[in-house]
Design a binder for this molecule. Structure first.
Ligand code: FES
Length: 530
């Protein structure tokens, strides 16, 4: 049904459905643009596009469209026709848009999906009265949605059936196969009570890790506790010392929050925020970031977590609460004890992460190298931070943190290199010694899991070299360091990919036959409409 919205939305112009050679000014549907071949990936692309259109207040840009499709992999069509098909939704020409939502002759807002009067972005009827449907929904809006997502649910046409919206959120206890029990508490004290009864219980938020474990790795958990509705774990606050990030905050929510904080505060104090935000762009895909949580990723303790080296290098601390309500704080650097083993007892729960502000002349940078830039796990990743201060007329390293992921069972700190750098002026002269120490700090045995040892070892050095260049350049912009060689300038630029462009020519091999013609295949319409 959702696919049909995208497809038939543009065929409402009464064009012949039997002739697929549409005039060039007519925007093609995913099928007409040859965006679907076997159709396996098509529902994912259509749903991603649908979600973007339904949640955007403004027509999306081409960049937003491509970002929203990241995380969908197509193995046969190729992305050019898919992006072409969805590109018709991009706002490329201001003259085609009005400042306010479309209105019909009687002044009602027009739903962009159905073309009929609707409640999108319009909370009043033609007489200026609040719509009864909308007002009833507001009255019964689940409190947790308000807490988690502000007013987003008030402002849009309903996505869920009203009867489901009207259901009060209740604590849940469900029984599954083989005696599995599944709980959903609504308060922190309920969660702690459950944890004291079932210390071995597995906490779940987006199920993006546990789901894989139980489906594909035969993991079994007798008791599972979903903490999606525990408000205390959803904190997102700007505090004096930094940001407080609840452990159940979704990664997509964290992205939005970091963008706001950076926009409000500028680059001052937000070097760590910027590094985490840049790293999140390459963290899985939109669908996973929408459900996976900050705390889930931390406690899963994957050796290739893209974020854990950053939490460690930025000096983040973790707040942990036990079943007796005692709260303790530990630095992220001490939290990861072994392969998927963390400093969290059975009667404890990760409450929040405190990400400190960065100080003047403190720089943080993220690194990740994978086979494919999007939707892929890292071969090696890293988080690095340095604080430079003035001492007797020299600008020297007063504090530095270098942490690598993907090189051992836990993220590794380059301790010897850090000690060597402290107190020194960051210049080219110390690079050789730093590289030698890095090789000792981050050893990769010939038979190290993951293979490609030589390549991964060279990555550890090249990440540090890039960090050195980045900091040197930043100091140079303040007139406090020598400039970079032109040859090295490209190393300090963060990767950005321009929007995709491409054309495909069809050469007519034999006039009057199907050979060489861009024919829409027979299943395409069904594939894009479900
Ligand atoms: Fe076959 Fe995308 S995987 S059309």
């Amino acid at each position: 049904m959702l696919g049909s919205t995208l497809f038939f939305g543009r065929n409402a112009h009464n064009h012949s459905r039997g002739n697929w050679k549409l005039p060039t000014w007519f925007a093609p549907s995913p099928a007409e643009a040859h965006g679907s071949q076997c159709g396996f990936c098509t529902p994912g692309f259509v749903m991603s596009m649908y979600a973007l259109l339904r949640s955007s207040k403004q027509p999306p840009t081409k960049e937003q469209i491509e970002d929203s499709l990241a995380g969908n992999l197509c193995r046969c069509t190729g992305y050019r026709p898919i992006i072409d098909a969805f590109g018709v939704f991009a706002k490329t020409d201001d003259s085609l848009y009005t400042a306010s939502p479309s209105e019909s002759a009687n002044g009602k807002a027009i739903c962009p999906s159905t073309g009929k009067p609707c409640l999108c972005r319009n909370e009043t009827d033609v007489n200026g009265n609040e719509s009864s449907l909308l007002s009833s929904v507001k009255t019964y809006l689940p409190s947790s949605y308000n807490e988690i997502d502000g007013n987003a649910y008030n402002e849009k046409e309903l996505i869920f059936p009203p009867e489901l919206q009207l259901r009060k959120i209740m604590p849940l206890r469900l029984n599954g196969f083989n005696g599995v029990r599944w709980y959903r508490p609504l308060k922190l004290d309920q969660l702690l009570q459950l944890k004291s009864c079932y210390p071995e219980a597995k906490l779940i938020i987006g199920n993006s890790e546990v789901g894989v474990e139980t489906e594909f790795k035969n993991a079994q958990y007798g008791v599972m506790i979903s903490v999606t509705h525990v408000p205390e774990l959803h904190t997102l606050k700007v505090e004096e010392d930094g940001l407080r990030i609840g452990s159940a905050v979704r990664l997509a929510q964290l992205q939005d929050f970091l963008k706001k904080v950076i926009a409000e505060r500028g680059s001052l104090q937000t070097s760590s925020c910027q590094a985490i935000l840049r790293q999140l762009k390459w963290f899985a895909g939109t669908q996973i970031r929408n459900v996976a949580s900050v705390g889930g990723n931390i406690c899963t303790a994957s050796p290739i977590s893209d974020l854990n080296p950053l939490w460690m290098s930025t000096g983040a601390t973790f707040q942990i609460i036990d079943v007796n309500n005692n709260v303790r704080t530990t630095v992220a650097k001490d939290f990861f004890l072994g392969y998927r083993k963390v400093d969290l007892k059975d009667d404890e729960v990760l409450l929040s992460v405190i990400l400190p502000w960065t100080r003047p002349f403190e720089y943080v940078k993220e690194f990740k190298q994978a086979h494919r830039r999007q939707d892929d796990i890292a071969l090696v990743n890293a988080g690095m931070r340095v604080h430079i201060t003035e001492a007797e007329g020299n600008w020297i390293v007063s504090d530095v943190s270098i942490v690598y992921g993907g090189v051992a069972a836990v993220p590794l700190t380059a301790g010897k290199t850090e000690s060597f750098l402290v107190g020194k002026k960051l210049d080219y002269g110390l690079l050789d010694e730093a590289f030698n120490l890095l090789k000792e700090d981050i050893p990769l045995a010939e038979n190290a899991p993951g293979g490609m040892v030589e390549f991964r070892s060279s990555l550890t050095l090249s990440f540090f070299f890039k960090f050195f260049l980045y900091v040197t350049h930043e100091m140079n912009t303040k007139g406090l360091s020598e400039g970079l060689d032109v040859a090295n300038m490209s190393a300090i630029q963060s990767y950005t990919r321009p929007v995709t462009t491409g054309t495909q020519g069809y050469e007519l091999v034999r006039q009057g036959t199907a050979v060489g013609q861009p024919m829409v295949h027979l299943s395409a319409m069904l594939q894009v409409t479900g």
